[in-house]
Design a binder for this molecule. Structure first.
Ligand SMILES: [Zn+2]
Length: 182
């Protein structure tokens, strides 16, 4: 496995639309290795998810995982998921604001409105159909990652850039917690 280089804001690949993956190729060694590399890269950089565009590949593949963190016991856990050719349909008009960051927009946070409930269909890494309803934080992560596959970053979804903050200032002024030096 390998840790892949992550494209940062300004790289054109983040603004391009990823192409669907041929379902017959999902189980091939090349696609499986790419998925493993995406998972390793997401974990290396403590991302909640990673889309293929972010690692310079225009394929409709995203990975998602949020593990329990003892420092943030209330943060919801999302099990490891591999999304191939995802289709996301909002189930509510209602949107909720929440903080997001992005490995392609390093050290920044912003308040982003997202649908609170979405219907997701996709294939998993075995090529099996996935069909589920996601809510709240899980729905947010799915929307963030599938946006990437369509060339959209979270900044495009912000109602106002007034909450866009560097992580150090965000910790001080928005969370009331000073950055940990350890
Ligand atoms: Zn992102």
């Amino acid at each position: 496995m390998a840790i892949l280089k992550v494209a940062r804001l300004g790289h054109p690949v983040l603004r391009q639309v990823a192409q669907p993956v041929d379902p017959a190729s999902i189980r091939s060694p090349g696609v499986q290795r790419f998925i493993d590399d995406m998972i390793q890269t997401m974990r290396e950089y403590d991302g909640a998810g990673l889309a293929a565009n972010q690692v310079h590949t225009l394929k409709q593949i995203a990975v998602i995982e949020v593990l329990a963190n003892p420092r943030y016991p209330e943060a919801p856990e999302v099990p490891l998921m591999v999304l191939v050719n995802p289709v996301v349909t909002p189930l509510t008009d209602e949107k909720e604001e929440g903080w997001e960051g992005c490995l392609s927009v390093p050290d920044m946070r912003g308040m982003v409105p997202r649908h609170t409930s979405v219907h997701l269909t996709c294939l998993d890494r075995a090529g099996q159909a996935v069909d589920l309803i996601a809510k709240d934080f899980f729905a947010r992560v799915i929307q963030h990652e599938t946006d990437h596959l369509n060339g959209i970053v979270y900044l495009d979804r912000m109602r106002s850039l007034a909450t866009l903050a560097h992580i150090a200032e965000w910790n001080k002024h928005w969370l009331g917690i000073r950055e940990q030096s350890d």
